[in-house]
Write a protein that binds this ligand. Structure first.
Ligand code: PEP
Ligand code: MN
Length: 343
């Protein structure tokens, strides 16, 4: 599934020209444009409002591309209904507010809308699932999740962190919900969109929502991350799309054998981990007897450094090894402290 169009509808010409080019070059399944823009600070461009819906209706009627926009309250639903929309999305800020999600779901109920639910900006999987459940409960059966990245809390090259483990967990919890990716809002800059889109395809996501503007340098919102339609076409051509399934017996056998090996190693890892915790608990006991603090920062620094270094020599990334040992160490400290406080 491909959803494409500008961050915001800005003028009738911009909407129609962008849609025309996109139709010719990439034939999107939906044409997107924001009508009401949730801006972090006031006095930024907040969207053209209702008149933009009429421009989008022209795209739908004259170019035959279904249109989609962001809604944030019940009155938006009323308005998009008037202009013949059959789909809407809930934005990352609105999805974090269960009152708003419920209000939108109730207003849209019975309207036969296809509903797209973006993840909230904070990495709270329950909030994302909860919004989807609110629509499910009201009988919507075409719900699609959009993975748009998470607020990074620090300076990063990407505008939002993909945190792929979160959409993967959503797929595990809700196997009937398709997930598409919005690489534009993850990237925040046109230079990173292709790599994020490729990662989404490697994870077998069901489609992409890509921001595209006929003149990106004149865009009134998200200028840095909008591709012109020609660049969208180029990006799509560059994607390597792998299938999740092949009907090849030899491949199946080979995969099965390799997975069996992984299974064996995973259980060995757990056995070793169990032995390791038995020893840290013993250390906890003697620390208690000798009245020594649980956290020994110098020892922890040495463990972290030596394991990261050894891992690196084996070709494992320092980040992975550091993250792994931080979790193990956290658990050891917790167990030793619990033990100290119980008795
Ligand atoms: C958008 O799609 O233009 C948008 C505002 O998205 P998000 O809610 O993901 O920030
Ligand atoms: Mn945008």
């Amino acid at each position: 599934m491909l959803i494409c169009g500008p961050c915001s509808a800005e003028s009738e010409e911009q909407v129609l020209e962008t849609a025309r080019q996109l139709k010719e070059l990439v034939a999107p399944d939906y044409f997107r444009a924001g009508i009401w823009k949730p801006r972090t600070r006031p006095n930024s461009f907040e969207g053209v409002g209702e008149k933009g819906l009429a421009w989008m209706q022209r795209v739908q009627d004259e170019l035959n591309i279904p249109v989609i926009t962001e809604v944030a309250n019940a009155s938006h639903i009323e308005k998009i209904t008037k202009y013949g929309f059959s789909a809407f999305w809930i934005g990352a800020r609105t999805v974090a507010n269960p009152f708003s999600v419920q209000e939108i779901a109730e207003a849209a109920k019975g309207g036969k809308f296809k509903v797209f639910v973006k993840n909230p900006t904070n990495p709270d999987i329950d909030l994302w699932c909860g919004a989807i459940e609110r629509f499910k409960k009201l009988g919507f059966n075409e719900i699609i999740a959009i993975s748009r990245g998470f607020y990074p809390f620090a300076e990063t090259k990407l505008r939002n962190l993909p945190c792929w483990e979160i959409p993967i967990e959503l797929a595990r919890r809700m196997p009937d919900i398709k997930i598409i990716c919005d690489p534009s809002h993850i990237a925040g800059d046109t230079k990173y969109i292709a790599e994020i889109a490729q990662q989404a395809m490697d994870l077998n996501m069901a489609g992409l929502m890509i921001e595209s503007h006929c003149c990106p340098h004149n865009a009134l919102s998200d200028k840095q991350q909008q591709l012109d339609p020609t660049n969208v076409k180029q990006l799509l051509n560059s994607l390597k799309i792998k299938s999740s399934y092949v009907n090849d017996h030899n491949f199946e056998i080979e995969l099965e054998m390799l997975r069996n090996k992984i299974d064996v190693l995973d259980y060995q890892l757990l056995d070793i981990l169990k032995q390791r915790f038995a020893i840290t608990n013993e250390i906890g006991e003697i620390k208690k007897v000798h009245n020594v603090a649980v956290l020994q920062i110098e020892r922890w620094k040495k463990v972290l450094e030596s394991r990261s270094e050894y891992g690196e020599r084996l070709g494992l990334s320092r980040e992975l090894v550091a993250a792994l040992f931080s979790d193990i160490h956290k658990e050891s400290i917790k167990e030793q402290s619990d033990d100290l406080n119980i008795r």
